[in-house]
Design a protein around this ligand. Structure first.
Ligand code: RIB
Length: 315
C-alpha cells in the first residue's frame, strides 16, 4: 500500500459495553440478558479499523480521555494499525457506549461522549497537514457539530473528498450538505433528514429521500437500507439500487461503520461508486455475522472469500 494517500477518519472513539438479551426492553421494563461483553467501538474508530483491516492506510483525528479506558482504546487502535497521529488526550473520561443487542441482532445504543465532545475546530487546524495529505476524509456526528462544520469547510477549501456519515441524526446546515461528496445515512437517519424538508411525505421511498438530499446540496448519497441493501444517487446522474447479501445477522452494531470504511476504501482503490457500494455491502454483511463493533471487521481475504462463495451459491 506504499504510496497510497491515506484515508483520514475524524471521529469518535468509545468503549462499548454490550449486553445481549432475547429482546430490547421497553421503557420501564427489565429483562434478563444472556451475555455481556466489552469491545472497542465508536463510529469513528470503527470506520478507521474497518479500513485498516482491509489493508488500506488510515489516520485518525479524535480525542481519548485520561482514564484507563483511554489507554486501552489507544492500544487497540494501534494494534489494529490505525495511525493515531491526530488523536489527543484530554482530562476526564473517554467516550462510552451502552449497547443492547437482541437475539435478532438488532441494537439500541446510548453514547456518553466524554472526550469525543472535546474534539474542536482547533484540533482540525492543528492537523491540517494530515487533512491535506488525505485521499478522502470520513467523519460522523459523534463529535461536536461545529467541528464537523469546520472540517467540511476545510475539506472544500483544500479540495479533499469528504464523506459524511450523518449518525446519530442531527440538524445540519445547508452549507455542510453542499460540501459533502457522499452523504451516507441509514434508514432511520434518512427518514430524519428527508423529513427536514416540509414537502417530504412520510411514505417517501429511498429514491425520493435521495432526491431531497441531492437538492439540498450533497453531491452524492448512499442510503444504507440494512437487509434491503443500499441506494446510490449522485448529482452526476447515478441512480442505482444494490441488493444486500442475505446472511444471518448476529449483531448489526457497526454494520454501517463497516460499510462506510469499505466504501471509502473501494473509492480509493479506484472502483466506481457502484462497485465500491457492492464491496461495502459485502464487508458489512460479513461484519453482522459477528458480535461486537471492531472485532467484527473483516480482512480483505475474508471479504473476497465471502463474495466468492456467495456468488457461487447464489448464481
Ligand atoms: O456504530 C456503532 C457504534 O456506535 C458503537 O461502536 C458505539 O460506540 C456507537 O458509537
Amino acid at each position: 500500500m506504499l504510496g497510497k494517500k491515506p484515508i483520514v477518519v475524524v471521529g469518535s472513539i468509545n468503549l462499548d459495553l454490550v449486553a445481549v438479551a432475547e429482546k430490547i426492553p421497553a421503557i420501564g421494563e427489565t429483562v434478563i440478558g444472556t451475555d455481556f461483553q466489552i469491545h472497542p467501538g465508536g463510529k469513528g474508530a470503527n470506520q478507521a479499523v474497518a479500513i485498516a483491516r482491509l489493508g488500506y492506510p488510515v489516520r485518525m483525528i479524535g480525542k481519548l480521555g485520561s482514564d484507563q479506558f483511554g489507554s486501552q482504546l489507544r492500544g487497540h487502535l494501534e494494534s489494529a494499525r490505525v495511525d493515531l497521529v491526530g488523536v489527543g488526550t484530554s482530562d476526564g473520561p473517554s467516550g462510552v457506549a451502552l449497547i443492547l443487542v437482541s437475539s435478532k441482532g438488532e441494537n439500541s445504543i446510548v453514547v456518553a461522549p466524554g472526550a469525543n465532545g472535546k474534539v474542536t475546530p482547533e484540533d482540525i487546524s492543528e492537523n491540517l497537514a494530515i487533512i491535506r495529505e488525505a485521499g478522502i476524509v470520513l467523519t460522523q456526528l459523534e463529535i461536536p457539530l461545529e467541528t464537523v462544520e469546520y472540517l467540511s469547510s476545510v475539506c472544500a477549501r483544500e479540495n479533499v473528498p469528504f464523506i459524511l456519515d450523518p449518525a446519530p441524526a442531527s440538524k445540519l446546515s445547508q452549507k455542510v450538505l453542499q460540501q459533502v461528496d457522499w452523504f451516507t445515512p441509514n434508514e432511520t437517519e434518512a427518514a430524519f433528514y428527508g423529513a427536514e424538508n416540509d414537502h417530504h411525505s412520510r411514505s417517501a421511498t429511498a429514491a425520493d429521500t435521495a432526491e431531497v438530499l441531492l437538492r439540498r446540496g450533497s453531491r452524492g448519497v448512499v442510503l444504507k437500507l440494512g437487509s434491503s441493501g443500499c441506494y446510490l444517487a449522485s448529482q452526476a446522474g447515478l441512480r442505482e439500487s444494490i441488493p444486500a447479501f442475505a446472511v444471518k445477522a448476529v449483531d448489526t452494531t457497526a454494520a454501517g461503520d463497516a460499510f462506510n470504511g469499505a466504501f471509502a476504501v473501494g473509492l480509493m482503490l479506484g472502483k466506481p461508486p457502484r462497485e465500491s457500494a457492492i464491496f461495502a455491502a459485502g464487508v458489512a454483511s460479513v461484519s453482522v455475522t459477528r458480535l461486537g463493533a471492531q472485532p467484527s471487521m473483516p480482512t480483505m481475504a475474508e471479504v473476497n472469500s465471502f463474495m466468492d462463495s456467495y456468488s457461487a451459491t447464489h448464481s
